[in-house]
Write a protein that binds this ligand. Structure first.
Ligand SMILES: *Cc1c(COP(=O)(O)O)cnc(C)c1O
Length: 223
């Protein structure tokens, strides 16, 4: 077993049943991804379109690619043919373009709403109130080639566990609110994507069912 494969095994053993592991492979070479694939990993997360475009054709076709970074509208076309889950939808404009590209490829593309729960400034992610507004809009309802699967978020970048827990708790409460308000009859609205290498046990304690783990599997990134 290679170090990547034993890291992967260790992480998998630490997850509760029902929690999906997305291996975040950004900045790591395809050889590293192949090792994780050979040990059974099928869900990979990337955050740069160009990097994903380079890697995707070099790796097995049954990989489920998750896009987890800020996505520019003019780059959606490059990943639309194969992306499995776009986790970082942060505007109706972006979603409209994803829908358009999905329909050009005769696909339905799954996505998550990236919500802003951290107690720090960032440019990306919806405020919870903005999500409600969008979901109630005509334009949102007219998008038939995209399917909302749940929410994604990142906690505040801090060592303060209480603060991280409270960010994740807000994410869970917001997921539950959306579920009850709009998706109670929709079993496919079921993904709560939060938790990374340093905070995923806290995320799982707050009902995460999808963790995105990079460093703990692949080691430090070579920028
Ligand atoms: C890089 C990244 C991760 C993984 O981070 P690690 O600390 O290496 O586990 C998870 N989610 C997003 C959105 C990322 O950009």
């Amino acid at each position: 077993m290679t170090p990547i494969q034993s890291n992967l095994t260790e992480v998998l053993h630490s997850l509760n049943p029902g929690v999906t592991l997305v291996g975040v492979s950004k900045y790591h070479p395809v050889e590293d991804l192949q090792q994780a694939y050979d040990a059974g990993l099928r869900d990979f997360g990337e955050n740069i379109v160009q990097e994903l475009r380079t890697k995707q054709p070099q790796l097995p076709a049954d990989i489920r690619w998750h896009f987890i970074g800020h996505l520019q509208t003019n780059k959606v076309k490059y990943i639309a043919p194969y992306v499995s889950l776009i986790q970082s939808v942060d505007s109706l404009k972006l979603l409209t373009e994803i829908n358009r590209q999905a329909s050009l490829h005769n696909r339905t593309i799954d996505y998550l709403l990236q919500i802003h729960v951290a107690q720090e400034e960032t440019k990306f992610g919806f405020l919870p109130s903005e999500c409600d507004e969008m979901i109630k809009s005509e334009s949102w309802r007219s998008l038939h080639n995209v399917r909302l699967r749940g929410v994604m978020c990142m906690a505040t970048n801090t060592d303060d566990e209480q603060r991280i827990l409270s960010d994740f708790e807000r994410a869970y409460q917001f997921f539950t609110h959306l579920k009850q308000e709009y998706f109670s009859n929709n079993p496919e609205f079921n993904i709560r994507s939060y938790g990374m290498s340093d905070d995923y046990p806290l995320a799982i304690a707050q009902h995460s069912n999808m963790v995105r783990i990079g460093t703990r599997i692949f080691g430090p990134r070579q920028y």
